[in-house]
Structures are given as C-alpha cells and as structure tokens.
Unconditional design. Structure first.
Length: 347
C-alpha cells in the first residue's frame, strides 16, 4: 500500500501513468534477491487502479532515452534517494534535464519493517511496538549487512486516517444492473494469489461490483494462528482498496456471512477461493447462509501462492543473506590472520 500510495500520487500529477518494473536480474544486482518474480510483479503493478500501463524490464537507472521511448513528459519517484550498486543517484540524468518530480513517502511503512514482522514470528506487531523491546531490537537490526545500513528500520507503525481511506476508495455506488459480489478473507500481504482470485471473480459478471470483507486482526489470528496477520486491518484495507477489481471494502467484516450482511449490501453472489474454510467459533460453516440461498460459488484462481509461501520465501532469502555474510566475514578474518602471521614472521 506504500507503493500504491506513491503511484496514486504520481497519477494525480498527470493524465496517463506508465510504471517501469525492473527484472529480477536488475534487482538482484542493485538491491538483493526479490521476493516476487518479475512476472508476478508485472501482474501486481498492472492490478493497481491508478496504473494505465506497465513498462516491463525497465532499466534500474532512469534515462532520458527511457522517458522518450514511452513518450513521457517526466518521471516521478518518492522523496527517498535510490542509488545504484556503485553509489550513483539513479535519477541524476532526468533531474538535470528538469524532467523529474517527487512524491511523499508513506509514513510508517517500509518493506524492511514488514519483513521484520514475518521473521520474528511473534504477535508484537498487533500491539504498540514501542513497548516491545524484542521487536524494536529486531527491526533495528534487520536489513543491515556487515557494512550496510537501512534508514527505514524501526519506523513507526502506520497510522490510518479517514483522509487516506477516502484517497484510496473509488467512491462509486453500485449502479442498477450491477452484479454485487461479496468476497471475504484476511487479504494479508496482498499478493498475486489475491489478484488472480479477484480478477477471476471480476470476470464472472458483465458489470461486477466487488465488495471485499476484511476480518479484524483477532479473527484472522484465530483461524490463521502464528503471528498472522502480518499487516494490521488498516494496512490490509488500503492494500485491497488499491486493487482495480475491488469497488468497496467492509472493514472488520463478520466471519460468518449473515443474512443481514447479504440483505444490507443486496449481494447477488458470494465467492470463496480454493483455500480451506475454517469453521466459525461455534463450529458452524461461515458460508451456510449464502449456500442456503444458492448464491455461493467456489472460484479457482489458478494460483497456488499464499501468504505462508511468501513468508517462507522471505525466510529463505534471509538465511541465504546471512550465510553469504558469514562466509564473507570468515574470508576477511582468514585474510587478516594470514597478514598478521606474515607480519610476525618478518619480526
């Protein structure tokens, strides 16, 4: 939702937004291994409602040639500087030419902080993290290599405002002839699996109006366990609202899809993906009412990506990163010791 907010601001500066997305190779070279593959990232960015077009395989350093190729008047980036692997500002050329604009970074969100929440596997991020020293120590530590330092570690938690929700919301009411479709879930770490599912649901009707019901953090923790959800209800709300297939979000939707909810929103169809449906607290089926009405449908997204798998990818990347650093440190230590021995032999 931080990335989405940047794209929302960029789109407001012009009439047509083209988003350059780097390849896995480019990211690995300048930043480290990406969590999502380039194909997943292309699809994710294209699903954000402020994006008109994507430029796949965009170069890491933005040049005037790139802007001219896509017939762009200027390019936009957040107010944090990005550097190449050898320390050069990636926007130097376009800045000099006066074809660069800046947008504000979203306060209280960083990829580093989210990754910290995943790796720690505690529920500290559900409460005020300032009170949790283990969490603070961990996030301060995360994202720093032997010599590296991340300026975004230990940032404050995201603070939701009504203004932010208004900026992200479509503000469109259902129109006569619309098919009102209700989907519910955690939609945690909003990812390609969610996008594929919502796209398939969107294709079920000629004029779909999709309402996404988001469960409160405590409810998600009841049926998902561990330290889920990684993102709190406010963060998940913005992530889902940024998706072009979603028209409306119910913040803190009831786990059971009740008759009241269906009547209130005049729901025509209720959809669920191929993931397991955990029973409600009393052991009942949360979808028994839409099933009784004959308006329940299972939808196969064709994607097997889950929030769990993303966390596993991140842990794997982290372990490989640590192993590489240990190897590097051991090598440096061996060189130092060899030099020390040579010095001693001389004397």
């Amino acid at each position: 939702y931080g990335h989405s907010n940047q794209l929302r601001q960029a789109r407001a500066m012009g009439d047509y937004l083209i988003v350059g997305v780097h390849t896995d190779e480019e990211i690995a070279k300048h930043k480290g291994p990406p969590v999502f593959t380039q194909e997943e990232r292309y699809k994710m960015v294209q699903a954000i409602k402020w994006v008109d077009e994507i430029a796949p395989g965009a170069p890491y350093v933005t040049t005037l040639e790139t802007l001219d190729k896509y017939n762009c008047d200027f390019c936009v980036h957040g107010d944090d500087i990005t550097l190449t692997v050898d320390g050069k500002d990636t926007y130097e050329e376009v800045k000099t030419a006066g074809r660069y604009r800046e947008c504000k970074r979203t306060q209280g969100v960083s990829t580093t902080d989210l990754v910290g929440r995943m790796l720690l596997m505690t529920k500290a991020h559900h409460s005020n993290i300032d009170e949790d020293l283990d969490y603070r120590k961990h996030t301060d530590n995360f994202g720093k290599g032997p010599k590296g330092h991340s300026p975004w570690t230990g940032v404050s938690q995201f603070l939701q405002t009504s203004q932010k929700i208004i900026q992200f919301a479509s503000g469109k009411e259902p129109q006569p002839g619309d098919t009102i479709i209700y989907v519910a879930g955690a939609f945690d770490l909003f990812h390609i699996g969610h996008v594929d599912f919502l796209e398939k649901v969107h294709q079920l009707a000629e004029k779909p109006y999709i309402i996404a019901g988001l469960h409160f953090d405590q409810e998600v923790n009841r049926y998902k366990g561990k330290n889920y959800p990684i993102m709190n209800i406010h963060e998940r709300t913005l992530s889902v609202l940024a998706c072009r297939y979603v028209s409306e979000v119910v913040i803190g939707a009831p786990y059971a899809v009740t008759a009241d909810l269906l009547d209130h929103f005049r729901v025509t169809l209720v959809c669920h993906g191929m993931t397991e449906v955990v029973p409600d607290k009393d052991g009942s089926d949360p979808y028994q009412e839409p099933k009784r009405r004959g308006i329940f449908q299972l939808v196969d997204s064709g994607s097997n990506l889950t929030t769990d798998l993303i966390v596993q990818r991140i842990i794997k990347n982290r372990l490989e990163f640590e192993a590489r650093n240990q190897k590097k440190e051991a090598k440096e230590l061996a060189v130092l010791e060899a030099m020390k021995r040579l010095e001693e032999e001389k004397h």
